[in-house]
Design a protein around this ligand. Structure first.
Ligand code: FEO
Length: 404
């Protein structure tokens, strides 16, 4: 049975939520599920904005048919061609053969890559600033390459000031009846998943997100309709400010996150001593993560949130302990920059992890590694405890300094 939601007098939400998926993109855990939003605008012409993942395909097709109320589908605007939105597009193209496809040139090319459908006679290729009038509504198209694929655009309804923002302003998390961000405890319960979604999916493309934010700043926006998660109609500036921080790699919180890769617990012991010393020095909200037991997507999100990062790792096969190595390379892939870092290494006969972690961090932009790496040979002794004191001093000094 259909489950169509009225967003405005003539916009319908017709996607669905997947609560069974364990790994989004086959890599990111989604214990709260994920929604695939698609929108139908009922104007003199009917306009479908994006499709949905095949996981919710049955409900999406039913919703679309119901929301159309027997009318033909006139336009399909494709903002983003990633299969979490477009795996049902081929079927929609076949079901509604008279619908015109409206998309960027790259998206139209990708339709041919993903599907056998010949859409050559039913394409409207749009570029920056082009418009489409459908009766009461006039839509304009804003190119947003690499937010999060190169073909992405967002669609702005100039009539009702609604931004259909593709992946931008999306989040993990199923929609449980309430579809507006002001109807859920977003700041407390949704923000960690929004941060994890942004940093892991789009985090690398901060410059491109900045370009989109600058374009969006020139628009009057009353509502943001993303392809994942709740719709924004209140407190939009609060969420835009988060995007501003994340896309400029500006920490949200001045505190220390300690990431620990420990084989038998001795490196973890050093990390715990450091955390306690930091707390004694007045550092609040210190976090300590075991990188073997926390999903790397959560570690990446925390590294984006915190200003000071400590990497504590054993040496393994003469290299960085594998889970830490994976995490650091993921941080580099996501372009994290503008952080203060510190290192703790361990190795029973040849500690190497500190040097190698330093080299990895050195290959990233604007990462300042404090010159007080603590080196353990097997376990913490008095000399290392003193070295951890010095490291805690250096971190607290950097943290509480005005310019850091
Ligand atoms: Fe939600 Fe980039 O797809």
């Amino acid at each position: 049975m259909h489950c169509v939601r009225n967003i405005t007098s003539d916009v319908r939400l017709i996607g669905g939520s997947d609560r069974r998926l364990s790994l989004f993109e086959n890599v990111f855990p989604v214990p709260r599920g994920v929604s695939y939003n698609a929108y139908l605008v009922l104007d003199e012409k009917t306009v479908l904005l994006d499709t949905a993942d095949s996981a919710v395909g049955a409900h999406f097709y039913e919703n679309l048919e119901h929301a159309l109320q027997g009318r033909p589908l006139d336009y399909i605007i494709v903002n983003h061609m990633e299969p979490d939105h477009c795996s049902t597009l081929g079927a929609v193209l076949r079901t509604y053969p008279d619908a015109q496809v409206v998309a960027s040139a790259k998206a139209i090319s990708m339709i041919g890559q993903f599907f056998e459908a010949d859409i050559s006679g039913r394409c409207m290729t749009v570029k920056e600033g082009d418009t489409l009038s459908t009766g009461r509504h006039t839509f304009t198209f804003v190119m947003a390459p690499m937010v999060h694929w190169p073909e992405v655009m967002v669609t702005y309804d100039t009539t009702d000031k609604v931004l259909f923002s593709a992946d931008a302003f999306g989040t993990f998390g199923a929609l449980d009846g309430n579809v507006f961000a002001d109807e859920v405890p977003f700041e407390t319960e949704w923000l960690p998943d929004a941060r994890r979604y942004y940093t892991n999916i789009v985090g690398k493309y901060g410059a491109q997100v900045q370009t989109l934010l600058k374009k969006a700043a020139g628009l009057e926006i009353r509502m943001i309709c993303p392809l994942h998660g709740p719709i924004w109609r209140e407190n939009i500036a609060w969420f835009v400010e988060k995007y501003q921080r994340w896309s400029t790699y500006t920490p949200e919180d001045r505190t220390v996150a300690i990431f620990c890769g420990s084989i038998y617990g001795n490196t973890e012991n050093a990390a715990e001593i450091l955390a306690a010393l930091l707390a004694d020095k007045g550092v609040k909200d210190v976090r300590l993560y075991d990188v073997s037991h926390t999903h790397v997507s959560e570690l990446v999100a925390e590294a984006f949130r915190c200003s000071h990062l400590v990497f504590a790792a054993a040496t393994y096969n003469g290299e960085i302990y594998t889970p830490m190595d994976n995490f650091l390379r993921d941080l580099k892939s996501h372009g994290l920059r503008n952080r203060t870092a510190a290192l703790i290494e361990n190795g029973t006969w040849a500690p190497q992890s500190g040097k190698q972690m330093g080299e990895l961090l050195g290959s990233m932009k604007d990462i300042t590694v404090l010159d007080c790496t603590v080196s353990l040979k097997s376990s913490v002794k008095e000399a290392q405890r003193q070295a951890l004191e010095s490291l805690a001093d250096a971190l607290a000094s950097s943290l509480f300094s005005k310019e850091a």
